[in-house]
Design a protein around this ligand. Sequence first.
Ligand code: ARG
Length: 608
Amino acid sequence: MLSVLNTLTERLQLALEQAFPAAVGLLDPQLAAASKPEFGDFQANGALALAKSLRQPPRAVAEAIVARLADDPIVDALCLPPQIAGPGFINLTLRPQALVAQVAERLVDPRLGVPLEAAQAAVIVDFSSPNIAKEMHVGHLRSTIIGDCLARILEFRGQPVLRLNHVGDWGTQFGMLITHLKQVAPAALSTADAVDLGDLVVFYRQAKQRFDNDEAFQATARQEVVKLQGGDPLSLKAWGLLCDQSRREFEAIYKRLAIDIKERGESFYNPYLEAVLADLQTAGLLVRDDGAECVFLEGVSGKEGKPLPVIVRKSDGGYNYATTDLAAIRYRFAPPPAGDGARRLIYVTDAGQASHFAGVFQVARRAGWIPEGGRLEHVPFGLVQGEDGKKLKTRSGDTVRLKDLLDGAVERADADLRRRLAEEGRAESEEFIQQVASTVGLAAVKYADLSQNRTTNYQFSFDRMLALQGNTAPYLLYAVVRIAGIARKGGDLDSAGDGAPAEDGDGMPGRLTNAGELQFSEPQEWALVRHLLGFDAVIAEVEEELLPNRLCTYLFELSQVFNRFYDQVPVLKAPAEARGSRLALCRLTADTLKLGLGLLGIPTLERM
Ligand code: ARG
């Protein structure tokens, strides 16, 4: 109902200006969704602040505003007479016909009231970003799921989004990896065919062990880094092989989770590192400290009150993670063709990297790389823990592999489904069972992650995420299935009553779209109407605050309000005058759940 909120804000603004011409400029009606249903739909707090600056009694100020509002035909068409509450809050309640008109609009609007923004410069979402030859762990999974959801929401709003996978494909660890590769699989370097290096995590561990225990190996590995950076063809080939194999493993996970992401690893920024130093030098920010080139941070100090540095070039001449991130910021903001010309950069990583990002953001700002209006945001998230509250591990104490974790969720969803089918005496095809189990299992993993406020740590529990009750994916998916069931039981008959089949045939009920035909009388209907109309505001909130759990909470509450409505108010057996309107609410609920879950990256089912 953001459009109604905007209209009413304008009218209130006008009323304020008319009632207090002397105070123009000081006025903000502060209209927002009401905090409690008894306050109506919207609540304006602006009269209090105005009364303070005018030194007048707040209630008198509110009364003067309300007197103006009472004469406004636009307000009168939308709202019941405004009420003053408490010291001077103005409460607005929408007229039933205004709500009905909004429902009618939603029923024919595939965007469900969410406005499409005019295209602007790109938004970059930097997410997932695992490291080559290392394991993609649950932290990367969290980044993948949250980043994908944020990208989907921004895309839906019409923003050009660049989804970037900033994989760790550069750095000193490649010295030992390449040295190990050359020794254990020399054949890999002489054939044109892809060679399977086996388990890369094991490979990494072996290389690391040799590096730590064998001095000759260590010396060769160091030389190897120099060769790689110097562009030696054989070293580059070995590097490429390692990247390819990791990439195949990462891609299997992305494919399974339907994640769209473009790889642009750290190595991409290699040619731009020198320019970073040059810019920092020109800006007068670079300080040589103990052989290293540093930028000292403002307002951040370490132990002895000494300002903390961001090290841009180490004393051995090497660059590090921060240097690459500086080059990335510079490139991403730079207008094309020299860069991406983005206006907003969003980084999704664990909270442990907060000070890294605060540091590089500050350096980027002081270097003058951020264009006017450009935004840099770190979207941090907490740790994934086991049910014991400790780091997630397998029973034998190993780190959990993502593939096993996803398989585990699907296997449990499969077992749950077979049990339920047996209980209900339902016979279903093997294909159906596998499809439902895989959708539910993966949805459960995604939803469990997204529904938590991302800033807190989160406890991974198959039992909790797969429960049919509570704030879970299965509960929401089931609400959609329930509505599809209403359609199958006859609800998708054309509600005009001529028995003609529904035009768009999507298996969902309720095609009434004409405001004149819609009518609601029960409190459960009005509660559902109001909840449905809040969808656009929630999307706007998530877009701004980058908190997907807001959308999850909204969808969960919507399912609850719907279930209450459907349990307490007859729909298929409703009297003829009410049936069409109720089916229309069912349809709009399903559409809202499907769109909302889609924005979370979760596909829905017709049956489960
Ligand atoms: N590769 C890093 C890690 O695994 C995450 C990179 C995040 N993105 C960035 N631009 N620093 O922790």
